[in-house]
Design a protein around this ligand. Structure first.
Ligand code: ADP
Ligand code: MG
Length: 652
């Protein structure tokens, strides 16, 4: 339904459009970002300075004043229960004067952050309601800012939308009762106008249900359509065995089991569609290489796709080291490979001269014609988008084997719940021998980090410093949001701290792949001692001499991300350290990081911390977000999936 039915000025429609709100449906789907619980008013006796709360006050006096910060409206009030004085100020909202003036000598509810200092108690820019107004002493929804639009205007517009539009119900009453979920319109109303916190969770539960339902439906459909046979049969294992013998280490039992499981299944003419999961550093890559060789031994090509140029190039170089002595060829493809170089690469792929293709998603772009492709390997699968996956689907239909290497391992039983129908689950449980667990510590200041680092650097070791990615899409002006430390800032600080003999460099996602590769190489060659970066080094980078990784504003990272970052060190027999710099003393994720090095345990803890029974975080979209949601509510997901199996596929 078009926004014009709301009868609001064109200018307002444009403001909404800028926020991707283009229809009444998207308007009603524009859900609050968070809620403040203002149901239980505080008094001056029990309020804490700095807390967000509501108070009932009697407004005694109101006036306009001027300060260096501009004109403001001030109201002097008495708090109802203690009769203590409290002052309220609104900056840049002169229109408040009349509104407040009309409330004089009456009871009003003030909602916002209360502050107590040497001048007494005060509120700054709070919401104010006369006590009989809806919204006073309620759960107060907070929306992301629509530029140019007052919050109340947005709320009124949403209410208008509800008068004109209803979502179509997609789930029948029986199913709703079975899963204890509300109908779709009640859910949306609850989310915009909750009377109690349970209304919010009920509304969210319904939306989570819808998301998980269509996700499970798609997964099951794909699983049923997936081809289960394959013409790519690995009879010979010549070079494959040769590689295993020439490796400077013995494969772990899990690695060996995975290889033989793959070979046996493929030899029966069955198609392998596997999720290869294991902790960071557990040795997934070498397993993939061995399976790729097992393909080339039988005349089939294989392709390995990685999410970043850095990672793809690293895989390419490692693979070339193994296969060159065998007289085999690999080509590298990425967005940066152009012109003649690209033409030559494409030719080698088409003719079959190259048995291995390694690269970014460029390897599945239109111009690439394979010659008897038998296996696709995707590293760190969750970083890829839907489009890339679809391109691989055509290959799957031809019977091409497929391996997805996942960087965030989940317990086997959970993996089976999640993907059991669609994937063979290959899990590496044990790490290669001889690894020392990374010593993880929390530090408070940048200087603490630098000092610790300096000791390791003097021992000839190297260090990474990671700063939070500043997400520029999150431009909501929110007073509570802290500004994370940036790569540039830390670079300057580090330059000031370390003597010139310590070489420091930085690398960010904005740089060209070539430039990044140069910088990574300098770091690999120990020409740079400290590499400051955003999370682009999160995946795959392998520099065994780096023994320290420091994460700045570590509390801003997710647990899985932190564990990935920690995986950049501890890649040799040297003792390594992970320093988490944060002022947040009680952060549960940081505590979890310090308490275990095991990726499976981290994953479990992550689920526990995030899935506390509350249905939150519906903001993202896309398959990754769906997967995350499913992982967050594994039992809910399992039940939904079983329901679909029963109703649609008649499987018990
Ligand atoms: P990930 O599973 O995180 O992708 P990698 O494949 O990068 O891990 O492996 C990490 C390191 O461990 C590599 O340097 C690799 O050569 C080494 N490695 C792999 N398997 C073994 C093994 N069985 N024993 C000793 N080292 C191994
Ligand atoms: Mg890897």
């Amino acid at each position: 339904m078009d926004l014009s039915v709301l009868n609001i000025p064109q200018k307002k429609i444009e403001q909404l459009n800028k926020k991707k709100i283009t229809s009444v449906e998207t308007l009603l789907s524009f859900l609050p970002r968070k809620y403040y619980d203002y149901r239980f008013p505080k008094s001056l006796d029990n309020a804490r300075s700095g807390e967000r709360c509501s108070m009932v006050v009697i407004i005694k006096e109101v006036r306009k004043k001027e300060s260096r910060a501009g004109i403001y409206v001030e109201a002097v009030c008495r708090e109802k229960y203690t009769s203590g004085f409290i002052s309220i100020r609104w900056f840049h909202q002169e229109y408040k004067y009349n509104e407040i003036y009309n409330l004089c000598e009456m009871e009003a509810v003030v909602c916002g952050k209360v502050c107590c200092n040497e001048y007494g108690w005060s509120f700054l820019n709070p919401e104010v309601f006369s006590t009989d107004v809806d919204g006073a002493l309620s759960i107060y929804p907070v929306y992301s800012k629509v530029r140019g639009m007052a919050d109340n205007y947005l709320k009124d517009t949403i209410d208008k939308g509800f008068e004109l539009f209803g979502f179509e119900e997609t789930t029948d009453k029986n199913t709703r009762d079975l899963f204890c979920i509300s109908d779709i319109n009640t859910a949306y109303r609850n989310l915009h106008h909750p009377g109690k916190p349970e209304d919010v969770s009920a509304g969210q539960k319904r939306l989570v249900f819808d998301t998980l339902y269509s996700f499970a439906y798609d997964m099951l459909k794909t699983a049923h359509e997936n081809r289960s046979t394959s013409p790519y049969v690995p009879s010979l294992l010549t070079n494959c065995n040769r590689l295993i013998q020439t490796l400077p280490y013995d494969l772990t039992t899990d690695q060996k089991t995975i290889i033989s499981t793959f070979v046996n299944k493929a030899r029966r003419g069955e198609r392998v569609n596997a999720l290869l999961q294991g902790d960071v550093g557990s040795g997934k890559t070498v397993v993939a290489f061995i399976l790729m060789l097992c393909m080339s031994d039988n005349g089939y090509q294989s392709v390995l796709m990685a999410p970043t140029g850095i990672l793809a190039r690293q895989h390419y170089e490692e693979l070339v080291r193994y296969i060159e002595p065998m007289g085999l060829k690999a080509v590298y493809l990425s967005g940066d490979v152009k012109g003649k170089e690209k033409t030559a690469a494409l030719k080698m792929i088409k003719s079959g001269e190259a048995q291995f293709i390694v690269g970014t998603h460029a390897v599945i772009s239109k111009g690439v014609e394979f010659n008897n492709l038998g296996l696709t390997v995707v590293d760190e699968e969750h970083k890829f988008g839907v489009v890339q996956r679809d391109a691989l689907k055509d290959k799957a239909d031809e019977g091409v084997h497929s391996i997805s290497m996942s960087a965030t391992p989940i317990p086997r039983s959970l993996a089976l719940t999640m993907y059991g129908e669609s994937f063979d689950i290959f899990t590496i449980e044990t790490m290669p021998d001889g690894r020392k667990p990374v010593d993880t510590r929390r530090l408070r200041t940048d200087e603490d980090v630098f000092r610790f680092m300096y000791v390791e650097i003097n021992r000839g070791h190297q260090a990474y410093i990671v700063c939070p990615l500043i997400d520029s899409s999150e431009t909501d002006d929110d007073e509570e949001k802290r500004k994370p430390e940036s790569v540039n800032e830390i670079y300057e600080k580090a330059k000031g701290f370390f003597p010139e003999s310590v070489k420091i460099d930085m690398i960010t996602g904005k740089m060209k792949d070539e430039e990044k590769a140069l910088k990574i190489n300098a770091f690999k060659n120990n020409e740079t001692h400290i590499l400051i970066a955003t999370t682009i080094i999160e995946v795959g980078v392998n520099v065994p001499n780096a023994t320290i990784i420091a994460v700045m504003d570590a509390d801003m990272f997710g647990l899985a991300g932190l564990h990935q970052l920690r995986g950049r060190v501890g890649r040799s027999s040297l003792q390594s350290y992970c320093l988490l710099r944060s002022e947040d003393e009680d952060n549960e994720r940081l505590k979890a990081m310090c308490s275990t090095n095991n990726g499976f345990e981290i994953a479990q803890e992550d689920l526990k911390l995030r899935g506390t029974g509350e249905f939150v975080g519906l903001k993202q979209s896309g398959r990754d977000a769906n997967m995350e949601l499913a992982l967050k509510y594994p039992m809910f997901y399992r039940d939904i999936k079983n329901h679909i199996k029963e109703v649609i596929y008649h499987e018990a």
